[in-house]
Write a protein that binds this ligand. Structure first.
Ligand code: PMP
Length: 364
């Protein structure tokens, strides 16, 4: 069977070239007679894999030298608690902008470890736009400002103009970039800390990435569990205990793939084209619609509904049969969602649009 186009929000499709390389190295990595999966994480061979992977990530994201890259356990979700534990005391105020389900989860967890001021949002579960900047209420003494730069469930993404207002507060800015990391070039130096679960734009599940400015390390509360303390990762090359070795390796292959196919700059152009053609088609179709504010539509997660939800089941069944997988939207938002991360080839988006056209004609 040929590989399908998988529109899952995560774990998500990985580049075919990466999967083929992993396959070719699966049983015997570079004449070691072992799979990477079978190597000691402390071995010379594995350390070479780990160092190369970090160097490649630093290169593709242009991460400045005064930032540490940590490879952590527990997904992005464990960072929801780790962030306040590493940066705030129980009575400190921390600012959060609420733009949807993932922000809400981050807020809920942080509220257990600090005083959360919700700068804006939170009135609706699934907002379709980011609250107006004029309504944002930052606190004077916040230890940091947290945003979810792309809400995966609705496909709602911060715009540059709003990010600039966040940066202008002069506070450490923390961003959950789980679903849009490396989708375009960013200036890492504007952020104090960036984090992301791997299973969308980085590699397989089981790994999360923390990029943190060095001066923020060393402040974890004394009751911070060892494996949630960023310092511990920073001082042990993220190997205080056994890391998710195979996930690291595969992520390394993805970084190498990005590097050798033109870098994030090139991927960003492709991403922009993919998203634009899909949104353009949805808007023009008269059959499908997207409810997210125009300028804030995600370039990675494209949500849409059919004009008649009675057709949803048929749409999902027929799209699957056509090799277009996992288009069902998140249950919290309903409808459909096409996640078109870096690894989704442009032909995948073309095939989806072709299918949507055909389905619309047949069910007009
Ligand atoms: N933040 C965002 C924006 C996400 O999309 C997700 C996962 N879908 C998470 C956090 C949680 O990630 P994890 O499952 O790695 O904890």
């Amino acid at each position: 069977m040929a590989r399908a186009f998988n529109f899952s929000a995560g774990p998500a499709m990985l580049p075919e070239a990466v999967m083929r390389r992993a396959e070719s190295e699966f049983l015997d990595w570079q004449n070691t007679g072992m799979s990477v999966m079978e190597m000691s994480h402390r071995s010379k061979e594995y350390m070479a894999v780990a160092h190369q992977m970090e160097a490649d990530l630093r290169e593709v994201m242009a991460i400045p030298d005064n930032y540490k890259v940590l490879f952590v356990h527990g997904g992005a979700s464990l960072q929801f608690a780790a962030i306040p534990m590493n940066l705030a005391e129980q009575n400190d105020t921390v600012d959060y902008i609420n733009t949807g389900v993932w922000s809400t989860k981050a807020i809920k967890e942080a509220s257990r470890f600090a005083k959360v001021n919700v700068v804006a949002g939170g009135d609706e579960e699934n907002p379709t736009e980011i609250p107006a900047i004029s309504d944002w209420k930052f606190s004077a003494d916040a230890k940091y400002i947290h945003i979810c730069s792309n809400e995966t469930i609705t496909g709602l993404e911060f715009q540059e103009e709003q990010l600039e207002v966040v940066f202008a507060q002069g506070k450490p800015v923390i961003a959950d970039m789980s679903s849009n990391i490396m989708c375009r070039e960013i200036d890492v130096s504007k952020y104090a800390m960036i984090y992301a679960g791997a299973q969308k734009n980085i590699g397989p599940a089981g790994l999360a990435i923390v990029i943190v400015r060095e001066d923020l390390l060393g402040n974890a509360r004394s009751d911070t569990p060892t494996l949630m303390n960023w310092d511990v990762y920073a001082n042990n090359e993220s190997m205080f205990n056994t890391p998710a070795t195979y996930a690291w390796y595969l992520a390394g292959l993805v970084f190498d793939w990005i590097k050798t196919t033109g870098g994030v700059k090139h991927i960003a152009e492709v991403n922009k084209r993919k998203a634009a053609k899909l949104y353009d088609y949805i808007d023009a179709s008269g059959f499908y619609s997207n409810s997210i504010k125009l300028e804030q539509r995600s370039v990675m997660n494209v949500t849409f509904s059919l004009k008649d939800s009675d057709l949803d089941a048929a749409f999902l069944e027929q799209s699957k049969a056509a090799g277009l997988l996992s288009l069902k939207g998140h249950k919290a938002f309903g409808g459909m969602r096409a996640s078109i991360y870096n690894a989704m080839p442009e032909e995948g988006v073309d095939a989806l649009i072709g299918f949507m056209q055909k389905f619309a004609t047949e069910n007009a």
